[in-house]
Design a protein. Structure first.
Length: 259
């Protein structure tokens, strides 16, 4: 299937595969399919958040989540994967960005989970941003040893001794604890830690938390091995303002009835 309207919403911190490839999970939205997860992708692919891309996708037989796709031929043509993606546009205006994500929100992450969706957007009330020890720090995978991965210089999650986290409440939060507490996997956070280790805490300011003039939305996804456990793939920030309803409802999943 050719997708020609995939809006990139976020990329997660790279992860090594056992075969030595370093991969990035990408999340986005398409008018045709609703929310889309593309995995694996390469760290050196030059697409950015809000780019609109054209890419041929196929089902990933090893991932049953309905939002999960892979780039056609991603394993055999790994080296030339970037050639399979064409950037065809960009969601440039702040209003278009706000209207797009504002019309794709759910009242709570629990609703997304209950509907057995694996991706979604919520508009959070932030209670706390903080760092916690990364339980996987420095641990070696069975084969993907540090230094043997194909892209030297690309830090993966286990290279960071800490993990950034957000505690928040959704507009109609049904979480048992009254709030969610999730790890932020947005790659940009981790690139900041690499470039500015002395200014780690500034990452929250960079993401524009706590500003009157900015609305924060969280693009969340569940984890392959823990389907009811969600992480933050991307902190979406747009100038504060009203969300205009769309002419036609936006599709969140492939089967949504959209006229
Ligand atoms: Zn909630």
């Amino acid at each position: 299937m050719i997708l020609d309207d995939l809006v990139i919403l976020g990329r997660a911190c790279p992860e090594p595969l056992k075969d030595g490839r370093v991969t990035v999970c990408l999340g986005g939205w398409s008018d045709k399919l609703g929310f889309v997860r593309l995995y694996p992708t390469r760290p050196d692919m030059r697409w950015r958040r809000w780019d609109v891309v054209r890419v041929e996708v196929e089902r990933n037989p090893r991932d049953t989540r309905e939002e999960s796709w892979k780039i056609a031929g991603s394993k055999d043509e790994w080296e030339t994967l970037a050639d399979k993606v064409e950037i065809v546009g960009r969601v440039d205006s702040p209003e278009r960005r706000r209207n797009l994500i504002g019309n794709l929100t759910d009242p709570c992450v629990s609703v997304i989970n209950n509907e057995r969706r694996s991706l979604g957007i919520v508009k959070p009330q932030i209670l706390k941003t903080y760092f916690r020890d990364n339980p996987h720090y420095g641990k070696m995978w069975q084969l993907g040893l540090p230094g043997l991965t194909e892209l030297d210089g690309v830090e993966v999650k286990r290279d960071f001794p800490f993990e950034p986290r957000i505690r928040y409440r959704c507009p109609d939060c049904q979480a048992a604890a009254g709030y969610h507490d999730q790890q932020v996997l947005e790659w940009g956070f981790y690139r900041w830690f690499v470039r500015h280790p002395e200014a780690r805490d500034q990452v929250w300011e960079n993401a524009q938390f706590g500003r009157e003039d900015t609305d924060i939305y969280l693009f969340v996804g569940n984890q392959f091995a823990h389907r009811s456990s969600f992480i933050v793939i991307s902190v979406l920030r747009v100038p504060a303002g009203p969300v205009r309803p769309p002419l036609l409802p936006l599709r969140k999943r492939r089967d949504d009835p959209v006229p």
